[in-house]
Design a protein around this ligand. Structure first.
Ligand SMILES: [Zn+2]
Length: 137
């Protein structure tokens, strides 16, 4: 996938999230390909940065070499983090821990389960749910 295609996918997913959760329209996250200590890990592809007022999605260029299902699941998970950090009103009953909350929010928005594949990376097509405990919850 090219950077342009990934940008289009991210904007599409963001707009879908805003349709489902209109309060999200108050938030205008930025994104860019950058570096992070987290990206040194084989399963590190994206991080959400929140400084108290703005959100930034920091993406590894490694993401461009992944299959569409993985890219899409990772973007949905990160949008889940943004929704959570922005304290958008959500139905009760979501998990109490940050990483599982991000997945549950993504599932609420798109109606598809976030799975963890054999590389322990998010997927929409294969793997297990909920997120395994050893990955950090
Ligand atoms: Zn996460």
């Amino acid at each position: 996938m090219t950077e342009v295609d990934l940008g289009h996918l991210l904007v599409t997913r963001w707009n879908e999230a805003c349709e489902k959760l209109p309060d999200l329209n108050q938030v205008s996250p930025t994104y860019a390909f950058g570096t992070s200590k987290h990206f040194e890990s084989d399963r590190g592809f994206a991080t959400t940065i929140f400084n108290g007022s703005w959100f930034h999605l920091n993406l590894s260029s490694k993401l461009l070499q992944q299959d569409l299902s993985r890219i899409d699941a990772i973007l949905r998970h990160e949008i889940g983090h943004i929704v959570d950090l922005a304290q958008i009103e959500l139905p009760p009953g979501l998990p109490g821990t940050l990483e599982r909350r991000a997945d549950s929010i993504a599932e609420l928005i798109w109606g598809e389960t976030i799975l963890y594949d054999t590389d322990h990376v998010q997927s929409l097509v294969s793997g297990i749910s909920p997120r395994p405990e050893f990955l950090g919850l």
